[in-house]
Design a binder for this molecule. Structure first.
Ligand code: IPE
Ligand code: IPE
Ligand code: MG
Length: 251
C-alpha cells in the first residue's frame, strides 16, 4: 500500500506547478478503446489499462494539493455499448473498489459516487456504498467517480426533487438547483478545469451545469497513457489561463 506524500515546495517548483492550483479538477477519461485497438488488444484491456492510469492520477492529485477530483467513468449513454463491454467494465469496477479501498482510506481520501446506483448489480452497489460510508469522515482529497452519470439526468432528478419537496417557485434560486445536484457533496462543486483525453472536444453530458465557468484542457493522449507528467502539463495549461467570470479585469 502506498502513502501519498504531499510534494515539497521545491518539488512543486521543479515540476513547474507554482501558479494558481485548481481546487476541483474534472477528467473525462476517454480513449481506452482506441488505446487497445492500436495495440490489437480487446477493448476490455484498454479499460484495465485506464484503471491503472487512474490509480496514479488519484495518488498525484493528492500530492500536488488538489482538493477535489471528479472522474467520468460511465455515462448514462454508455449503456448503449455491447453488453459484453458493459459487463467487463463493471467487473473492473468491482475489482477497483476491492483493490483500492484500503489504500484510499489509509490516505484519508473521501470517496463519492455521482450518479444513480439503481441499475447496478447488488454486489457493485454494496461495494460502492461501503466505499462511500467507510471514507465518509475522511478529510483529505475528495474523489468523486461519475458512474451511470449524465448531466441531463442529474438536472431532471434535481427538478423532480425540488417539486416533490414543495419548494415554492419564488424561493427557487441557482443555489437551490446546485444543492440538488450530485456534486453538492463536494467542497467546490464546480470544477475549475475539465480535462478530456484522447482528442475529443466535447462534454458528452458531463457536468453541464457545473461547467458554466470551467476552463477546458484537451489532450490527444489516450487515458491509459495519461501519466502524471501529461496531467501536470494539463494543469500548467490551466494555470496560464485568465479567468474573467464575465468581468473586466483592467480598466
Ligand atoms: C473511455 O474510453 C471509457 C468509457 C467511456 C467507459 P472509451 O471506451 O470511450 O474509448 P474510445 O473512445 O472508444 O477510444
Ligand atoms: C464519455 O466518453 C464518457 C466517459 C468518459 C465515461 P464517451 O466515449 O462515451 O463519449 P462519446 O460517445 O465519444 O461522446
Ligand atoms: Mg470514448
Amino acid at each position: 500500500m502506498k502513502i501519498y506524500e504531499r510534494f515539497s515546495d521545491a518539488e512543486m517548483k521543479r515540476l513547474g506547478l507554482t501558479g494558481n492550483m485548481p481546487k476541483h479538477v474534472g477528467i473525462i477519461m476517454d480513449g481506452n478503446g482506441r488505446w487497445a485497438k492500436s495495440r490489437m488488444l480487446p477493448r476490455s484491456l484498454g479499460h484495465r489499462a485506464g484503471m491503472d492510469a487512474l490509480q496514479e492520477i488519484v495518488r498525484v492529485s493528492k500530492s500536488i494539493g488538489i482538493e477535489a477530483l471528479t472522474v467520468y467513468a460511465f455515462s448514462t449513454e454508455n449503456w448503449l455499448r455491447p453488453e459484453q463491454e458493459v459487463n467487463a467494465l463493471f467487473s473492473l469496477l468491482v475489482e477497483y473498489f476491492y483493490k483500492e479501498i484500503d489504500e484510499l482510506d489509509a490516505n484519508n481520501v473521501r470517496v463519492h459516487i455521482l450518479g444513480s446506483l439503481e441499475r447496478f448489480s447488488p454486489k457493485l452497489r454494496e461495494l460502492m456504498e461501503n466505499a462511500r460510508e467507510r471514507t465518509e469522515k475522511n478529510t483529505g482529497l475528495h474523489f468523486a467517480i461519475a458512474l451511470n452519470y449524465g448531466s441531463r439526468d442529474e438536472i431532471t432528478r434535481a427538478v423532480r426533487s425540488i417539486v416533490s419537496e414543495g419548494i415554492p417557485e419564488s424561493e427557487i434560486t441557482e443555489e437551490t438547483i446546485s444543492s440538488h445536484l450530485y456534486t453538492r457533496c463536494l467542497p467546490h462543486p464546480d470544477p475549475d478545469v475539465i480535462i478530456r483525453t484522447a482528442g475529443e472536444q466535447r462534454l458528452s453530458n458531463f457536468l453541464l451545469w457545473q461547467a458554466a465557468y470551467s476552463e477546458f484542457v484537451f489532450t490527444d493522449t489516450t487515458f491509459p497513457d495519461f501519466t502524471p507528467e501529461v496531467y501536470f502539463e494539463c494543469i500548467k495549461q490551466y494555470m496560464h489561463r485568465t479567468r474573467r467570470f464575465g468581468k473586466v479585469l483592467e480598466v
